[in-house]
Design a protein around this ligand. Structure first.
Ligand code: ATP
Length: 147
């Protein structure tokens, strides 16, 4: 099976470094699918879910935006923040959702609406990624039959 080197780093740490088979990342212009020997590419990322496939197994991570570069079969993700599904504190993300929603609802002059919306987005992504680690969560992927 063909592979490529993937590095996901933040200012604080190396979150992921391994040979992988495929990557799905939230590009600012839409979902990016990257397979080994992809053409050179540079793009910004938006807050969203990142999926890595290695040995046929999928790992999910939350990224809070950043930058992605593909060069010579090597993918580098420089993320503002990135957490593996199992490292996400679900209660903290839930609290962040509530706090952002309250700040948005207040509509007060001292609330930076753009910042509150961005915080809501990051927290919502974290919740979605945290829920991936529950048994059976893969079966719920995609639209349900009656949607
Ligand atoms: P918070 O409401 O917790 O401040 P935030 O979205 O403002 O969230 P960020 O600035 O995106 O936080 O991230 C700050 C640091 O905290 C990063 O290192 C990030 O990985 C980590 N982090 C934020 N939320 C969570 C979470 N729910 N679980 C685990 N780590 C988190």
């Amino acid at each position: 099976m063909a592979t490529m080197q993937l590095e996901i780093i933040t200012a604080e740490e190396v979150v992921y470094s391994d040979q992988v088979e495929a990557l799905l990342a939230p590009g600012i212009e839409g979902e990016l699918g990257i397979l080994p020997h992809h053409a050179a590419l540079m793009t910004m990322l938006q807050p969203g879910e990142l999926m890595v496939r290695k040995n046929g197994e999928e790992t999910f991570m939350a990224v809070s935006g950043g930058f992605l570069e593909v060069m010579e079969n090597r993918v580098s993700v420089l993320a503002d923040a990135a957490e593996r599904s199992e490292d996400i504190d679900e209660e903290r993300a839930q609290a962040a959702v509530r706090m952002a929603e309250e700040r948005i609802a207040m509509r007060e002059a001292d609330v930076d609406l753009e910042q509150a919306v961005a915080q809501l987005r990051r927290a919502t992504v974290r919740l979605a990624v945290a829920r991936r680690r529950r048994p059976g969560s893969r079966a719920r992927r995609g639209p349900s039959p009656d949607s």
